[in-house]
Design a protein around this ligand. Structure first.
Ligand SMILES: [Zn+2]
Length: 303
């Protein structure tokens, strides 16, 4: 949290020194690093470089940074780490849960909006994206009591161990579901939402209301419970979307150069116990149980 630049705070618009902070919270990257086979991170977009940390932006004044950190710390301590250890837990939450979800949806949507990678959105959806950003900011600053129509939905997916659904599924599905960290704005002509994946936590910030088909995932404003056996009712299109993201992750992983692959293998050989105990290894085992050894083939056949 070093002060580097001066400018206008992206949340409260006060002018002054700005903190450089993470788009997707730092604790998510620390968790992945600590449970990875090599102790290094690789960013999905540039798998050939070890990414020591997530993406950062100089956006917030110290007050706003503190405001968002508060909810983030509680979420990490009470929700993220305990449920990664034991997804069967059911954890109670208070208003920090909504604050955390909105703050992450706001940061990610703002980042992707600035990067102008919203070509998949209709004009209406672009307008709604600006409305959602404004409403989320007002809620975070305490100027609005709730995020309005721009709901937050959180789903925990601690992997797939079997069942009739596996045909046609990407063979890295458990590695994707359990381990991947990524962000996106997803849209069909009438639906749009921000998507932030923090390991097995899938956060959706509604931009154009995807409707009433989503059951069991909505975050309450004041209090609720999360985790443990949950009957989620999610639209089929959402599963297609998630499968598509897993396929994309597999493609990126297949593009890791041979030199880099060798480095990963050498890192693993340096500390084989770390690999055997890692979260990545557990997710790989789950994929092998579902699909057999084929699940571990890295490159498309014929190469
Ligand atoms: Zn501020």
């Amino acid at each position: 949290m070093k002060k580097k630049v001066s400018g206008e705070c992206a949340l409260c618009h006060e002018k002054g020194g700005l903190c450089t902070s993470h788009i997707i919270p730092a604790f998510v990257f620390r968790w992945k690093k600590n449970t990875s086979p090599t102790g290094y991170l690789r960013a999905a977009e540039t798998p050939n470089q070890r990414a020591q940390d997530g993406l950062k932006q100089p956006w917030l004044c110290e007050d706003c940074e503190g405001l968002l950190n508060e909810a983030e710390t509680v979420f990490a301590t009470k929700m993220f780490h305990p449920l990664n250890q034991n997804p069967k837990l059911r954890v109670g939450y208070q208003d920090w849960m909504m604050k955390f979800c909105v703050s992450v949806s706001w940061r990610v949507t703002k980042y992707l909006h600035q990067k102008s990678s919203l070509n998949n959105l209709t004009e209406t959806q672009k307008k709604l994206t600006s409305d959602a950003l404004a409403r989320w900011a007002e809620y975070l600053l305490g100027k609005e009591l709730h995020p309005g129509q721009f709901e937050q939905h959180l789903v925990l997916m601690p992997g797939i161990i079997g069942g009739a659904m596996t045909s046609g599924m990407p063979k890295n599905i458990n590695r994707y579901l359990l381990r991947a960290i990524e962000m996106d704005i997803a849209a069909t002509p009438h639906i749009a939402f921000s998507f932030v994946k923090m390991g097995p936590f899938f956060l959706f910030g509604f931009i154009q209301n995807p409707g009433s088909k989503w059951k069991g995932s909505k975050i309450n404003l004041k209090r609720g419970t999360f985790g443990g056996p949950t009957e989620y009712g999610l639209p089929g299109e959402l599963w297609n979307y998630i499968e598509g993201r897993a396929h994309k992750a597999a493609k990126i992983s297949a593009s890791i150069s041979d030199v880099q692959q060798e480095k990963i293998e050498m890192d693993i050989l340096d500390d084989p116990n770390r690999f055997l105990d890692s979260g990545t290894r557990q997710a790989m085992d789950m994929d092998v149980n579902l699909f057999g050894r084929d699940a571990l083939i890295r490159k498309p056949s014929g190469k």
